[in-house]
Ligand binder design. Structure first.
Ligand SMILES: [Zn+2]
Length: 125
């Protein structure tokens, strides 16, 4: 794996002819074909996708020719967080349903589903 040089021209992981262009005044790289934005992490050894769906952030490393996905270690930590949040969340909804039966339980469920990706996003940072 090679260190990422922010001034170097890298292809975007989305397709071969797309390029990653440094975004001025930031550590981020943006694609000129898709809307993906990546930040350099891991002391310049890899990039992390910051755009797109919360909870599906990709980490990629440059091997000199192409981007290699790096997720094994990361995804284990993620899935543990994900699982514990689901359990806690369901517990919370259940408690809410016990305290506030009827309409309030439905409202709590909707609120929980809406907030869920945000919570995952915050925890996995
Ligand atoms: Zn792209």
């Amino acid at each position: 794996m090679q260190k990422i040089d922010p001034s170097f021209d890298y292809p975007c992981p989305c397709r071969k002819d797309a390029r990653l262009i440094p975004i001025a005044l930031t550590e981020a790289l943006g694609c000129d074909k898709c809307s993906n934005v990546y930040v350099v992490i891991n002391e310049g050894m890899s990039i992390e996708q910051v755009s797109g769906m919360p909870g599906v952030k990709r980490i990629l490393a440059w091997n000199g020719k192409s981007w290699q996905p790096m997720h094994r270690k990361y995804s284990l930590k993620r899935s543990i967080i994900f699982l514990s949040v689901i359990i806690l969340w369901s517990l919370m909804i259940w408690i809410m349903a016990q305290i506030f039966p009827g309409q309030w339980a439905i409202l709590a469920c909707i609120l929980a589903i809406v907030c869920f990706p945000m919570v995952i996003d915050l925890l996995s940072r």
